[in-house]
Design a protein around this ligand. Structure first.
Ligand code: FES
Length: 102
């Protein structure tokens, strides 16, 4: 399945989804019990973060495709609704895959 299919498919029942890193050309699976940030930093991807609670704004990441499930308190409701950026420490996905500008 291509990016496009998964970024328009609903999230799997187990809550896991894929993140595709557009710049690096890499793909990771994010299980329900781990954040995008944790999965990426455990894999050695250098992503900036500080609070890990969705308040500081350090982990702001551009979203190229897919629909984030926003859990942060940093973005305004309008910014969240635009679905072009997300806080990867706490926000998740509503689609089976997200494409991030990393
Ligand atoms: Fe602070 Fe994500 S690390 S908002």
């Amino acid at each position: 399945m291509s990016h496009d299919d998964l970024t328009q498919s609903p999230l799997a029942a187990d809550g896991a989804f894929e993140v595709h890193l557009a710049q690096r050309g890499e793909k990771y699976r994010v299980p329900a019990d781990q954040s995008i940030l944790r999965v990426l930093s455990d894999a050695g991807v250098d992503v900036p973060f500080a609070c890990e609670q969705g308040v500081c704004g350090t982990c702001l990441t551009q979203v190229l495709a897919g629909q984030p499930d926003h859990w942060d308190m940093f973005l305004t409701p309008e910014e969240q609704a635009a679905n072009t950026q997300m806080m990867i420490c706490c926000s998740r996905s509503q689609t089976a895959a997200l494409v991030l500008d990393i």
